[in-house]
Write a protein that binds this ligand. Structure first.
Ligand SMILES: [Mg+2]
Length: 367
């Protein structure tokens, strides 16, 4: 079995409303979809949702990287995933979002070839995955309203974006907790928005609101700051922008900088490397979350399969497809019911049908 053809598509997906976090705002997600066809007639789907702020990649650089990688992948075995990734790494360094699209498509082919949903093939620790829904930054009052709406839709966990103004951030959480009561998990994400001193002060004030954990309180590069915040916070600290690779995970563990880690396929380069981060973290007693950037239902399905497969991925923030107005996956992938990601019986990632109008014609075909 060999890789016979690789198609690359460029898609623009609009958000339902402008999504604001501490480091910026977006109204559209510019994603790259990869379709890999094998000489056995199996088709695998993958997706890249690059974030320039996080990995320096754009949809343009992803296509440029795929231009270098795709011709060399032709003829390789799609099932020998680590070899394929080794080849990609030997051609281009870094560029994890571009490589994640290929890694996903290969995992999709693996599941379809074995005739199993991917998560079951890989051990199926869970059969459904609890995801939160993210509340983008607005005024504290508006966010409290959004929180109530989300809970009424069935969500059992809220991820609240903060990191803009310490005083207002405290107000956000106070109003949200008051509005939703105590039976909903509330987690925070400051997206590097605070100084270590601000983080310690704000988190101190938020302790009484029963916060599950706080994501990336300070700058990604500020390892010392992260250590300091963790030492002085009763709320568990999660790394996101500070952890891209398995090597980063090890560095954070050795510095005793965090209690939790957020794995994103777009940061680490796909499921194979995401699994490695989760395993390294498990050895240090650090639970992981699976997160997302602006993926459609393709990338979200891949994240959900990994979270279901791996015991140490105990939390999920898999909601970008829900925040997008444009639905690229028409049929298949995962669905959300009462905060749970539910898996279809289909093989691989379970993607059955894409919206052809959104997908458009391939930008590149390698064969
Ligand atoms: Mg985050």
């Amino acid at each position: 079995m060999g890789i016979q053809q690789i198609e690359v598509y460029s898609v623009t997906l609009r958000y339902k409303e402008t999504f604001r976090i501490a480091t910026g705002a977006s109204s559209e997600s510019h994603n790259i979809v990869v379709k890999i066809l094998t000489d056995d007639g199996v088709v695998g789907w993958g997706e890249s949702s690059p974030s320039q702020r996080v990995t320096g990649e754009t949809s343009k650089t992803v296509v440029e990287v795929l231009d270098k990688i795709a011709p060399k992948l032709l003829g390789m075995s799609p099932l020998r995933i680590e070899q394929d990734i080794e080849l990609m790494d030997s051609i281009v360094e870094g560029n994890p979002s571009a490589k994640a699209a290929v890694d996903m498509a290969l995992h999709d082919i693996l599941g379809k070839t074995a005739r199993k949903p991917l998560f079951m093939l890989m051990g199926g620790y869970r059969t459904e995955v609890l995801t939160d829904i993210t509340l983008g930054i607005k005024s504290p009052e508006e966010m409290a309203k959004d929180a109530v709406k989300a809970v009424n839709e069935g969500f059992k966990a809220l991820k609240v974006k903060v990191g803009v103004d310490p005083t207002e951030d405290v107000e956000r959480i106070k109003l949200i907790r008051k509005a939703v009561g105590d039976n909903v998990d509330v987690r925070l994400d400051a997206n590097q928005g605070w100084t270590p001193e601000q983080a310690i002060e704000v988190l101190g004030k938020l302790e009484k609101f029963n916060i599950q954990f706080a994501e990336q309180p300070v700058s990604a590069e500020d390892l010392k700051g992260l250590v300091k915040v963790r030492k002085n916070s009763a709320i568990p600290i999660m790394a996101d922008e500070s952890v891209h690779s398995p090597e980063d995970a090890l560095r954070l563990i050795m510095a005793e900088a965090v209690d939790l880690m957020n794995i994103k396929l777009m940061k680490c380069g796909g499921l194979l490397r995401g699994r490695k981060i989760a395993n390294i973290a498990e050895a240090a007693g650090i639970p992981c979350m699976i997160g997302c950037m602006g993926e459609s239902g393709i990338g979200i399905a891949a994240g959900a399969h990994l979270a279901a497969e791996v015991k140490n991925i105990q939390y999920a923030d898999l909601d970008s497809d829900l925040l997008l107005k444009d639905k690229l996956v028409k049929k298949g992938g995962t669905e959300v019911k009462n905060s749970m990601r539910i898996f279809p019986k289909q093989y691989g990632l379970g993607i059955e049908e894409l919206n052809q109008k959104l997908l458009g014609k391939p930008k590149r075909i390698y064969k």
